[in-house]
Design a protein around this ligand. Sequence first.
Ligand code: COA
Length: 392
Amino acid sequence: MQKWCLDEKGQPKIDKGAENLCMDESEICFIDGFHSKLYYRGYSIEELASNSTFEETTYLLWYGKLPTRSELNSFTEDLRRNRDIPQGAYDLIKSIPRDTHPMEALRTVASYLGNVDPEKGKLGVDSMPAKALRLTAKLPTVVAALARTRDGKEPIKPRSDLSHAANFLYMMSGKVPDNFWERAMDVSLVLYAEHEMNASSFATVVVGSTLSDYYSSIVGGIGALRGPLHGGANEEAMKQFFEIGSPENVDAWYKEYALSGKKRVMGAGHRVYKTYDPRAKVFREYSKKSVEVSKDPKIASIYGVAERLENLVMSQLCESRGICTNVDYWSGIVYYAMGIPIEQYTPIFAIARIAGWSAHLMEYVARNRILRPRLYYKGMLDLEYVPIEKRG
Ligand code: COA
């Protein structure tokens, strides 16, 4: 009995939200939520945000080491060659109703790309790196094509002479970004690339653990990321700043909604971090620089709202209850300053997080055991079956 952690009635112990469930060993990511530390493969997030690129970080996550110059060149080249999507995907994008949320549309197109992958139908880890490379390369093209189609514009084909970040911004707007905005997007992709066994990585690995195919697993991750308690929080944080409107309204809003418990502060709180999220610190610096570079008073005002609200959260919720601002609090301001519509922020998160989803999938499935938790049954037993005509 003891071996299976069952109680005297043969029932499992409840760990609501799987907070204390440690499901496996991993060498991919370490979060020290009490000391604001995050590492990918042993490298601190601050080191990677200062020095690395999304392409290099993805290589690091998948292969466990920083690439040599020739390894990085060849990996980057492979990504660039695989950027475009088949005509069928462009046609599908045009057929999706424009009022569909971009994450729900992304889920559909990612699934379709699995149907036209050259190795479709292949299960298991062997085909995963190649499939992961193809979908990681194509996801920005899908997100940009969906965004433009939603706005009634023609999709822009990817270019192979630009970085992953610059090409995405180019496909969104038709303009090649200058160095600051390219770097800001690149850093944001590095910050969002991986975060241990979060809900979307878990969803991805649960599907993968049945030995299902790579694309089905990633579609599971996209579905989990869409929710406002996970990736959708970056959109919700921006909507919250706009709802507050201006820095002078912050205190009244905080008292009315956050202190009374009527609303959660979106972009605050975390299952693992009980101190400041180190990614939020980097994003906050980029938000501040975005205000300076854009010189847009609207962005300055939204930044002012976020700054004032963060002061209240940090002095009141963070110190006493460990509810501190997280990665999704500041990221939206950077994207907003780039001119990207709010509903595209979670899809951008997905463009980055596919790196982490794929890394976990490859690691877990390589020494797989199907993920199959239990539930504590509290319903009735041995009921008598009553024929339908005799039910009251
Ligand atoms: N604002 C105000 N209160 C919050 C809060 C927030 N953002 N996040 C958590 N709390 C409070 C809850 O109301 C709860 O209070 P109670 O014990 O008095 O009922 C307590 O903190 C624990 O919350 P719980 O939902 O159990 O924590 P969790 O670990 O299950 O959830 C999140 C973690 C991230 C889902 C949660 O903090 C949240 O909803 N945050 C806002 C959404 C967000 O930013 N998500 C992005 C995460 S990167």
